[in-house]
Design a protein around this ligand. Structure first.
Ligand SMILES: Cc1cc2nc3c(=O)[nH]c(=O)nc-3n(C[C@H](O)[C@H](O)[C@H](O)COP(=O)(O)OP(=O)(O)OC[C@H]3O[C@@H](n4cnc5c(N)ncnc54)[C@H](O)[C@@H]3O)c2cc1C
Length: 372
């Protein structure tokens, strides 16, 4: 649709402008405000948002190349794009009229959403320790969350908590909470191995009063809210892994061509060519699995198993590719001067984001066993 940035402009922004600022982001663990403004002006937050909410309404197959390019830049660059282009969905699907008014502001980059499910003290899902107790026309929420992406800047938080003591699947409920709510503490002291600048934080709330109108979806629909965008997100994350793996391969190729040992560029050595060929095969296999899942989604076919298959493969693929790329760089790759050092750390976050490899194995195995 009109106004959609050209892929080339997107590529040059993320691989030149954004990339040039990554040392600063690594050093300060914060994305500079002027860079965030440029990301918003580029239209990066609008890509998948429906046209009626002020977005470009890109279909999944059209969106994925943009995300792949952002993922080639850095963990923070790709998380900016992935995060916002995913989080409008539960608000659009479960929100009331007032809550949905946030979506155009999210698309413009004027409002930062955050999604808070994971807890340090309680397992994810039905084991959550956070509680909401009804108090007339309001609720009192108590508990804590951790690892919450962009909580440092978050304006509105989708908070998933338990609404009764049964700890059963249907006891979870989601709320949409504005920053600044009395009793809502955002503690940004959590620091991460990689993906610097993405403002992960602990959230704490004790007897925090939340009007019933801030509920997102029905009472007991919290797990549905949390899972509603998960399949789409698994494809999107897999695609991000393809982007970062492609970048690792590109770095390895460039290094292998310029590094001379025993009078020859290491790219001429069969052992190094083996690494390059394996990386190339891995990245392309991942890209095809992602495309296969996206095609099924776009045709309206079931794609849960395909999304988890892509994610399971890509999780292992991005580990293998970044390992090989680091090895090709020799000791230089282990220094913070080498982009591969950051890429290697950034890539390790995928093991955990939005569900681990073990959980993908469960989904895939279940589908395979069902099919006999
Ligand atoms: C960079 C990053 C960003 C994140 N952003 C957010 C965010 O914005 N919002 C948010 O809510 N969370 C976020 N998370 C948290 C992330 O979603 C969780 O870390 C992830 O879902 C795993 O949950 P957990 O850490 O509680 O691990 P656990 O559930 O404690 O799992 C620990 C280990 O046990 C395995 N395991 C657990 N249950 C089973 C089972 N039933 N069968 C087999 N194996 C099992 C897991 O696979 C894992 O290996 C983020 C994490 C990272 C690293």
């Amino acid at each position: 649709m009109s106004g959609t940035p050209a892929l080339e402009a997107f590529r040059s922004f993320f691989l030149d402008t954004y990339e040039a600022r990554t040392p600063e982001i690594e050093r300060t663990d914060r994305i500079p405000d002027d860079l965030l403004k440029q990301v918003a002006e580029l239209g990066a937050y609008r890509l998948t948002v429906p046209v009626e909410y002020g977005g470009f309404g890109l279909e999944m197959l059209d969106y994925l190349p943009y995300l792949e390019v952002a993922a080639m830049s850095s963990g923070s660059g790709r998380l900016l794009v992935h995060h916002t282009n995913g989080l409008w969905r539960p608000i659009a699907w479960f929100g009331n009229d007032e809550q949905r008014q946030l979506i155009p502001r999210i698309a413009a980059g004027a409002v930062v959403p955050a999604f808070a499910l994971t807890e340090k003290t309680g397992g994810t899902g039905r084991d959550l320790h956070s509680r909401a107790v009804r108090d007339g026309a309001s609720w009192k929420l108590s508990g804590e969350k951790h690892l919450i992406t962009f909580a440092d800047r978050g304006d509105w938080f989708i908070l998933v908590v338990a609404t009764d003591d049964r700890r059963a699947k249907d006891s979870l409920t989601a709320f949409l909470i504005p920053r600044g709510t009395p009793g809502f503490e955002i503690d940004t002291s959590q620091s991460m191995m990689g993906c610097h600048g993405t403002g992960h934080a602990f959230l704490r709330y004790h007897d925090m009063e939340v009007p019933d109108g801030q509920r997102l979806g029905e009472v007991g629909q919290g797990l549905e809210v949390a899972l509603s965008f998960l399949d789409y997100s698994r494809v999107s994350l897999s695609n991000s892994m393809v982007g970062i793996a492609q970048r690792a391969l590109n770095e390895a190729v460039a290094f292998a061509q310029r590094r001379v040992t025993f009078g020859q560029p290491i790219a001429s050595r069969q052992a190094v060519q083996g690494h390059i060929a394996e990386m190339h095969a891995d990245v392309n296999a991942g890209r095809l699995l992602v495309r296969h899942a996206a095609q099924r989604f776009q045709k309206g076919e079931p794609y849960t198993a395909e999304a988890s298959t892509a994610k399971l493969f890509c999780l292992n693929m991005v580990g293998r590719v970044t390992d090989r790329a680091l090895r090709v760089h020799g000791g230089y790759g282990y220094t913070t001067d080498a982009p591969i050092e950051r890429i290697y750390r950034d890539a390790r976050s995928f093991w955990f984001e939005e569900g681990t490899a073990e959980i993908q194995q469960l989904v895939v195995a279940r589908a395979v066993l069902r099919a006999g």
